[in-house]
Structures are given as structure tokens and as C-alpha cells.
Design a protein around this ligand. Structure first.
Ligand SMILES: [Zn+2]
Length: 290
């Protein structure tokens, strides 16, 4: 799916050769060049719950020209490289993404200088065996689909893949600042293109950090929800719950919720303090009036 099906039919026109010549140190003849199209990414939500925006894909199209791809994950392709000489953003008019936008993808055109060493690899590409591509790039902005916040600057508690009042949470990758490399891998992150993205730094280390942060975020969310419920229950029991209070409680960080819970428990267990009774009475009269 990734290396476009029609690799064999890829024609080395004069225009294509002209583009390739911009990257080769010496002039190349057509029989020395092998070129193939490869899908780098698309705007569908991937396995990480992330997607590229149309603007990002357009920016990546310019950033990836000239970038080298490696076939490092396959012993046969070790030390083999291909270079992107052109990129095109393609729109599939008849297809929509899972969130209802027109499906677009980034197709890169890459070339290799034919050698004895890469003969087998070229055959594999022609046969469509090498299908999965991973890209490394950095983005300046990651936006939450639920609240629209840039989670780099202002992290939110929404969790990718979950739905909030019918809105599915995913993260949009915006404003790419650099493209590093692309490589062929075994397990793709993107559902369609088989693309795995990494952002800045050491790709694997970054992926591990992202996974760790994702887990902390998820744990924090659970902890926060649990404390909110406990504080709300205590407020209810104290008779000071009002309809607007849960909204305020949910804005409080866990540390304040812990302090609040401690305070409320103390209030409730210190036997029948007058102010608690007063509050309860006030609340009861409030309820009666309604
Ligand atoms: Zn959010």
C-alpha cells in the first residue's frame, strides 16, 4: 500500500531526470537510475491517535525533498539509501477520512543509483514487498480535537481515542518545522500509509518518552476523576453542594482536591460544628424554597 502499486511503470522522463540531477553529484544516465513513488503520510488518524493537517502535509511536501531514506530494518537493505527528489500532495476526491475531511496523502518520489548491491532490494520494491515507511519530523504544534488547546503549551486532560460528548479525541500535528529522514519499517503507525512518525531528538527515545507521558496523563486523569468524585460526595454530604460546584471542582488540580477532601472530612468528623449545621440548615431551607 505504501510504495505505490505501479512502481514498475514509473517512467524516467527527461523532466524526472532533470529533478534527480539536482541531487546527484555527477550526471546520471537513465539506465543507472531506479526511481519509485512512496506514500509518506496522510491525514487519517493513525494508531497513535494523531493525524497531520492539510497544511502540515503541504509543508512536509517541501521539507522532505532532498531527504534520504534508509532500508535499515531489513538485513538485505542495510546501508542502502534512496533520496527523495520530488513530493506531491494528492487528494482522493472519492474518499473521506474518519472525521469527514477529504482524504489527502503525501507521495514522495525517490531514486537510487543502481548497483549490484541494491539489485535485490530494487526487485523487492518492484514486487511490492517493501511497503511500510516511517518518517521523522518535528512539529511546533499539537492540537487536541476536543478542546482545541495546543497540548505542547497547555496540556489538557483529554485522552486520545476516547469520546467526549460525542467528540472523539485525537491530536492534530501542525506546523512542521523540520523533516529528518524516512525509513522502511516492519510495523506501521499510520493505518493507511503505514507511516510511523517521530518528533525530534532520538526517535526511539522520544517514542518511549511519549508513551510514558501518555501513561502519566492517563493515570493523572483517573486520579483526578476519583478525587473530584470524593470531594463532590463530601460536599453533597455536608449539604453545601450547588449545581455550579462540580464545574469548579473539576477545574481544581489534584493537590487542591486532596487538601479540600482533608478539610471537608475534618469538618464532618469534628462532631456537629455549628458552622456545618448552619450550612446544612441554609441548604435545607434553600431546597425547601425550590
Ligand atoms: Zn483537550
Amino acid at each position: 500500500m505504501n510504495i505505490n502499486e505501479s512502481t514498475k511503470g514509473f517512467e524516467l522522463t527527461d523532466e524526472v531526470m532533470e529533478k534527480i540531477s539536482r541531487f546527484s553529484r555527477k550526471p546520471l544516465s537513465k539506465d543507472k537510475v531506479y526511481a519509485f513513488p512512496v506514500t509518506l503520510c496522510d491525514n487519517e488518524i493513525d494508531r497513535d491517535g494523531e493525524r497531520f493537517s492539510k497544511g502540515s502535509i503541504e509543508k512536509l511536501a517541501s521539507l522532505f525533498v532532498g531527504r534520504t531514506g534508509i532500508f535499515d530494518h531489513d538485513p538485505k537493505g542495510r546501508n542502502q539509501t534512496a533520496r527523495i527528489f520530488d513530493c506531491k500532495v494528492e487528494t482522493d476526491e472519492g474518499r473521506l477520512t474518519s472525521y469527514g475531511e477529504k482524504y489527502i496523502s503525501l507521495t514522495a518520489y525517490a531514486y537510487m543509483v543502481r548497483t549490484q548491491a541494491n539489485e535485490a532490494l530494487i526487485e523487492e520494491i518492484d514486487a511490492g514487498i517493501k511497503k511500510e515507511v516511517s518518517i521523522s519530523c518535528s512539529v511546533a504544534k499539537k492540537t487536541c480535537s476536543v478542546c482545541g488547546r495546543d497540548i505542547y503549551k497547555d496540556p489538557c486532560s483529554h485522552i486520545k481515542g476516547r469520546s467526549y460528548s460525542g467528540v472523539k479525541c485525537y491530536v492534530t500535528l501542525e506546523e512542521p518545522t523540520d523533516a529528518y529522514e524516512w525509513s522502511f519499517v516492519a510495523v506501521p503507525a499510520q493505518v493507511n500509509a503505514g507511516v510511523k512518525k517521530t518528533f525530534g531528538g532520538e526517535p526511539e527515545q522520544k517514542a518511549a518518552t511519549d508513551a510514558y507521558l501518555e501513561k502519566i496523563k492517563s493515570d493523572y486523569y483517573l486520579l483526578h476523576s476519583a478525587f473530584c468524585k470524593r470531594v463532590e460526595a463530601l460536599l453533597e454530604y455536608s449539604g453545601i453542594m450547588r449545581s455550579f460546584i462540580p464545574d469548579i471542582v473539576r477545574q481544581m488540580p489534584v493537590k487542591e482536591l486532596i487538601d479540600m477532601e482533608r478539610f471537608l472530612k475534618k469538618e464532618l468528623t469534628t462532631c456537629e460544628r455549628p458552622q456545618t449545621e448552619a450550612l446544612r440548615a441554609k441548604n435545607e431551607s434553600y431546597k425547601t424554597k425550590n
